[in-house]
Design a protein around this ligand. Structure first.
Ligand code: BGC
Length: 728
């Protein structure tokens, strides 16, 4: 549809119809996360939006590995395939817009949503996010880049104001969004937090200025759920679509007879109570700090109608928003029948090959697994007897809590998969189950979980005895992160560290499998034979784990730095995290993650980019040639082992001394390659000019002339080759 046709369509709409397109409504089927009713009279069909980054949150769906695992694969092509599968499942269930990818930079190592994001590095984040967007779109669904921007902690996420300088915003937190927009994301979701005092749902400077004017984004800006605060400010700030636009009662009513009856009875109306009064009371009673206030449900509802009537908001401003929402429709091919009362079609709903998607989830989980340490015990041969130990080893770690949680189509637990592969398996939980918290838990859920934990069948002595009797002990540990709150510390929850230590003391051949939302402390590291990090591996968890333990080369490299303690991270200190008096100060500037560790010379437990392979790689003399936009490196890589493996060639850029302090090295480019036994290949890595640049608040992106070192590396701390190039 041309712009002119879209304008004409808007011109035919009544104000009421337009208002219906700028705020969400309850999905009559109760399945979408957010929905628009459309305008039947004009052939604009209903639109359905659905969470989220790791699978479709509507009934049973494939639970793919965490976004962080995709980051750990360092393989955008894989992220694209997962995005395509996710998009296809969304479409098959009748949804149009996927509320993902999540692409906030991992600033705080304990942030509760880190598993939904790719990395602490902006370049890796951008590459994975752009590929996810491309994949989702290739399936005929629309992608939503979220959460724009600087939503880097869950603690007080709905109130905190981020104090961040322009350079830091540009160099670290914005590039992922820029890449997602360049990849064609049709929507961008504003974050709950404020930046420099302004709510992101009303941030004229960043939404109208950067997103739209600078980057040319013409898509739809949608609020996070109940993340709006003021009608006029949101209108002027560039928000197009308010979500969910209804109260939780109305949102969830279609799913429950009881709620439907309640909504139908309209008890508040009958009693003469304004619903917002009820919501305020609800927030006061059960609202928690990680959740937005649910009052009031809609700033783009009655309030917007009144603002237009009083002239406080021009109807033309509403028209502009409607045009953008229709642009989203149009991108999806939903306006083909528009203008005719018969209506646009909701599109064909393709069927999904559940087996193929399960296999993809398994492949992605293998590729995202990082072999952190291995004294030669792995891979196992299959002849060993195993003691499988761990509080939740008999369940797949499907994902984390909150809006990204998927009801998996099927699951494979570590225990079930290892039972199929090993010659004999015993299982002991060892310690009480780790709770799987959820944002949507009712207030009494914590008590229920504690009671369940107390009545668990865990027996540490039995776990130690089982480990002593087996050839190999596999201890599966995990955290339990969720949207809405941050982890308390880097330590594994409960008594898991003590369990690992006790098992390791009983059996030298102990493998630790760490399923976590980010870095964790490993006080037992020196006492175990091998450690693999599988993040939240999704529904194929156990199958992928068995693949790796029995010889599939794990392709992963760390997308985040594993520090020894929280105090070693550049965000340590209350001002920086969680913030003081409602303000979180990004005082570390551009020195987040490995950049911060390098700056102060602190050794991490495992550096960014680290990951072992079962194969053995050597890289020969690399060469750099100028390319259209930056440099291209040719890196000869040889797999000297007698087995296939994956190598991730990483290139870091080290700038010359210049007018401002810069990180000693930043990731400039990378390539993930699979090499057969004995194979050699010239791997090509592009390092764009932007990787040499810094952001200057007056000059914009600036490349200081001089000699830059390009470091060919196996991690941020394992440099294999260094060459110099001159930039001007
Ligand atoms: C989350 C979003 C999500 C939305 C809808 C919010 O709590 O921050 O990421 O898409 O809910 O479920």
């Amino acid at each position: 549809m041309t712009d002119g046709e879209r304008d004409r369509l808007v011109a035919e709409m009544t104000l009421e119809e337009k208002l219906g397109l700028v705020r969400g409504h309850a999905d009559p089927a109760g399945r979408a996360t957010g929905a628009l009713p459309g305008v039947e009279r004009l052939g604009v069909p209903p639109l359905r939006l659905v969470d989220g980054p790791m699978g479709v949150r509507d009934g049973r769906a494939t639970a793919f590995p965490a976004t962080l695992a995709l980051g750990a694969s360092w393989d955008p092509a894989l992220a694209r395939r997962v995005g395509a599968a996710l998009g296809a499942e969304a479409r098959a269930k009748g949804h149009h817009v996927v509320l993902g990818p999540g692409l906030n930079v991992i600033r705080v190592p304990t942030c509760g949503r880190n598993f939904e994001y790719p990395s602490e590095d902006p370049r890796l984040t951008a590459a994975v996010a752009a590929a996810s967007v491309a994949g989702i779109r290739s399936a005929g669904a629309a992608a939503t880049a979220k959460h724009f921007v600087a939503n880097n902690q869950e603690r007080q996420r709905d109130g905190v104001s981020v104090v961040v300088d322009e350079r830091t915003l540009r160099e670290l937190y914005l590039p992922g969004f820029r890449a997602a927009v360049a990849a064609g994301a049709e929507a961008v979701m504003t974050a709950y937090n404020r930046v420099r005092g302004r709510w992101m749902s009303e941030h004229t400077e960043l939404v109208e200025g950067v997103l739209r004017e600078e980057w040319g984004f013409d898509g739809c800006v949608v609020s996070d759920w109940w993340g709006t605060h003021d009608t006029r400010a949101a209108v002027e700030g560039g928000l197009d679509l308010e979500m969910p636009g209804v109260s939780p009662l109305e949102l969830y009513a279609p799913r429950s007879h009881l709620l439907r009856a309640l909504v139908g009875l309209r008890p508040s109306e009958r009693a003469g109570i304004d619903p917002p009064v009820l919501w305020r009371a609800y927030d006061a009673l059960v609202g928690d700090e990680g959740q937005p206030d649910l009052y009031p449900a809609a700033y783009f509802g009655d309030r917007l109608r009144r603002a237009v009537a009083s002239g406080a908001v021009a109807e033309a401003a509403v028209d502009r928003k409607v045009e953008r929402v229709l642009g989203l429709y149009d991108a999806l091919g939903l306006l083909d029948g528009a203008g005719k009362p018969s209506g646009g079609s909701a599109g064909e709903s393709p069927t999904v090959d559940a087996d193929a998607h399960h296999d993809l989830a398994r492949e992605a989980a293998v590729r995202g697994t990082v072999l952190l340490d291995n004294d030669g015990l792995l891979p196992l041969s299959g002849a060993e007897s195993l003691a499988v130990v761990g509080p939740n080893a008999d369940a797949a770690k499907v994902g984390g809590g909150g809006s990204s949680a998927v009801t998996p189509a099927r699951t494979v637990s570590p225990l079930a998969a290892l039972r199929e592969r090993a010659s004999g398996v015993t299982f002991e939980r060892g310690v009480a189950r780790v709770a799987e918290p959820s944002l949507f838990d009712p207030p009494w859920a914590g008590t229920v979980r504690r009671l369940r934990g107390a009545t668990t069948d865990a027996d540490p002595d039995a776990a130690v005895a089982a480990a002593a009797d087996a050839d190999v002990a596999v201890v599966v540990v995990q955290d339990g992160a969720t949207e809405g709150e941050d982890r308390d510390s880097l330590a594994l929850p409960g008594d898991q560290d003590a369990l690992v230590a006790a098992v390791a003391a009983a059996n030298d051949r102990t493998v630790v499998v760490c399923r976590s939302s980010g870095p964790v402390r490993m006080p037992w590291l020196d006492d175990v034979a091998a450690v693999v990090a599988t993040w939240y591996p999704g529904q194929a968890d156990g199958a992928a784990l068995a693949d790796v333990l029995y010889g599939a080369d794990p392709g992963g490299r760390l997308p985040v730095t594993f520090g020894r303690r929280f105090a070693d991270y550049p965000v340590a200190g209350d001002r920086r995290y969680p913030g003081v008096d409602g303000h979180v100060h990004y005082d570390e500037g551009v020195f987040v993650g490995y950049r911060g560790f390098d700056r102060v010379g602190v050794d991490p437990l495992f550096p960014f980019g680290h990951g072992r392979s079962y194969a053995a790689f050597a890289c020969g003399d690399a060469s750099a040639t100028p390319a259209d936009d930056g440099w291209r490196l040719d890196v000869p890589v040889a797999n000297d082992a007698d087995r296939a493996g994956r190598e991730v060639v990483q290139v870091y850029v080290s700038p010359p001394d210049g007018p401002v302090e810069r990180p000693a090295r930043t990731l400039g480019g990378f390539a993930s390659v699979e090499l057969a036994a004995g194979e050699r290949e010239r791997v090509s890595v592009s390092v764009p000019r932007r990787a040499f640049a810094r952001y200057d608040s007056r000059e914009g992106w600036t490349v200081d002339p001089g000699e830059y070192d390009l470091l060919v590396a196996r991690s941020s701390r394992d440099v294999r080759e260094r060459m110099s190039v001159t930039a001007e």
